[in-house]
Design a protein around this ligand. Structure first.
Ligand SMILES: [Zn+2]
Length: 406
C-alpha cells in the first residue's frame, strides 16, 4: 500500500527544507549529492553517484521506464536578499530559500514520489538528480551533469521523462510545458586602432566601431513578427529574444581603445534553425565592419586594414526542444494531461522561453520529456516556493506513472 498524499506532501516539504539548507551553488554540489544519495539509500533503494556527482537510482522492470529528472545546483545568491538564502523558513504558504523554486522543491517532490512508488509498486522508474545545470560560465556549462548522464547511464535506456523545472502559471496553477527555446550565445570582439587621447585622428576607437555593430544587432531584431508554436494552448506566440547585456572596452581615460567586445544572448524559437542564425549573425558583423572599413579608408589608408571583428560562440549552444509525437511521448503526455486536469480543473500546454535539460535528454539519449514542477520564481532575491503547487505536484508525480503503466 502506498502512503496517502498528505503524508507524502509533508515529507516533500521537509525534504525541500533539508535540500535548501545545503548550499549547492553550481560547481559545488558534492554535499547535496551525497545527502540525496543517502536519503534514497535509507529508503532501501539501490542508488549510486556517478563520476561527476549525479545521483542515479532505478527501480522495477519493464519495456519502458519513467524517468524523474532534476538538477541539484542553484545560481549564486544575488545581493539584496532580506532573508538568509540557506536557512529555509516557511511563512504562510511560502517556503523561502535559495533554490526553493529552482528547483529543490521539484527535486524533493520527485524523490519522495519515486521512493514511495519504488517501495509500494513494481513500476519501472528511474530517478536522476544532476549537477551543473545553471551554466553562466561556459566551462561549467560544457560539463552539464545531464549531458554526462545522457551519454553514459541513460544511453540505450528506453524511457520517457519528467523534468521537474517550474511549470506554474501566473495564477499559481500547474501547467505542462512541452517545449522550450534553444540558445545561441556569442561574443563579438571588435578591433580598431589604439591611439593617444589627444590625437583621435590617428586612431580608430573600437568603442565607436562596436557601437555600430551593436546597433546592427538591435535593428536586426524584429519585434513585430512573433512565431506561432504548434500544440501549445497558453502564450503560443513567441518573439525570438535577443539581448546584449555585457559590453566591455577601454582601460585608461587618455587612451583610445583598440578592442571592444560585447555578448549577445539570442534565444532560438521552435521553428528557427540554429545554423541559419549562425550564418546570419556572422554575415551581419562582416557587413557592418566592411562598411566601416570603406568609410574610414580615405582617412586611414593602410591603417584601415586593422579594423575587424570576430564572432565566437560561448557555452553550449543548442536548438529548441519540442516533445516529439512518438507513441511513448504521447502516452506520457496523455497521462500527465489527465492528472493535471483532475488537479486543476483544466490543463494548459505551454512553451518555455528558458532552456532546460529536456532538450539534452531528447537529443543525446532519445528520451522525450515533459516539464512539470512546482517552482515559479527562479534566480530572484528572496526566492520562495508556493506550497500549494508543491502539494499538487507530489500527487502528479505519484499518479502519472500509475496511470501511464496501468
Ligand atoms: Zn532550474
Amino acid at each position: 500500500m502506498c502512503r496517502d498524499y498528505e503524508e507524502l506532501y509533508r515529507e516533500a516539504v521537509e525534504l525541500t527544507r533539508r535540500l535548501v539548507s545545503i548550499p549547492s551553488v553550481i560547481g559545488s554540489e558534492e554535499e547535496i549529492s551525497k545527502f540525496l544519495a543517502d536519503w534514497l539509500a535509507d529508503k532501501g533503494l539501490m542508488v549510486r553517484r556517478d563520476e561527476v556527482g549525479n545521483v542515479i537510482s532505478m527501480s522495477g522492470e519493464g519495456p519502458l521506464y519513467l524517468l524523474y529528472n532534476g538538477h541539484m545546483d542553484t545560481v549564486p545568491p544575488q545581493p539584496g536578499w532580506t532573508k538568509d538564502p540557506f536557512d529555509p523558513v516557511i511563512e504562510g504558504d511560502k517556503l523561502y530559500g535559495l533554490g526553493s523554486s529552482d528547483m529543490k522543491g521539484g527535486l524533493a517532490a520527485m524523490a519522495v514520489a519515486y521512493a514511495e512508488l519504488a517501495n509500494c509498486t513494481h513500476l519501472p522508474l528511474m530517478y536522476t538528480a544532476v549537477v551543473r545545470e545553471e551554466g553562466g560560465d561556459d566551462t561549467l556549462e560544457n560539463m552539464r551533469g545531464a549531458l554526462h548522464l545522457a551519454k553514459t547511464f541513460l544511453q540505450g535506456k528506453k524511457a520517457v521523462g519528467i523534468v521537474g523545472e517550474g511549470s506554474v502559471d501566473k495564477d499559481g496553477k500547474l501547467i505542462i510545458r512541452i517545449g522550450h527555446n534553444g540558445k545561441l550565445r556569442m561574443k563579438i570582439k571588435v578591433r580598431g586602432v589604439a591611439g593617444h587621447g589627444s590625437r583621435p585622428d590617428y586612431a580608430v576607437n573600437a568603442i565607436y566601431l562596436a557601437m555600430e555593430v551593436v546597433r546592427a544587432f538591435k535593428e536586426s531584431y524584429d519585434y513585430t513578427n512573433p512565431i506561432k508554436i504548434p500544440k501549445v494552448t497558453l502564450d503560443s506566440e513567441i518573439r525570438p529574444p535577443l539581448s546584449i547585456n555585457v559590453f566591455r572596452a577601454g582601460g585608461a581615460i587618455n587612451q583610445i581603445p583598440s578592442e571592444a567586445e560585447f555578448l549577445v544572448d539570442r534565444r532560438i524559437v521552435y521553428g528557427e534553425d540554429i545554423e541559419e542564425l549562425r550564418r546570419r549573425y556572422s554575415s551581419l558583423v562582416e557587413h557592418v565592419i566592411e562598411g566601416l572599413r570603406q568609410e574610414l579608408a580615405p582617412r586611414l589608408g593602410e591603417l584601415g586594414r586593422d579594423i575587424g571583428a570576430d564572432v565566437e560562440e560561448i557555452g553550449m549552444n543548442r536548438p529548441p526542444y519540442m516533445l516529439p509525437d512518438t507513441e511513448e511521448a504521447t502516452r506520457l503526455l496523455n497521462a500527465a494531461k489527465k492528472v493535471v486536469k483532475d488537479l486543476e480543473g483544466k490543463v494548459e500546454l505551454s512553451y518555455g522561453t528558458g532552456y532546460t535539460d529536456a532538450e539534452i535528454l531528447w537529443s543525446f539519449a532519445g528520451i522525450p520529456s515533459i516539464i512539470l514542477g512546482p517552482g515559479a520564481r527562479a534566480h530572484v532575491q528572496d526566492e520562495y516556493l508556493d506550497l500549494d503547487p508543491l502539494k499538487k505536484v507530489v500527487r502528479a508525480y505519484m499518479d502519472i506513472p500509475r496511470l501511464m503503466f496501468r
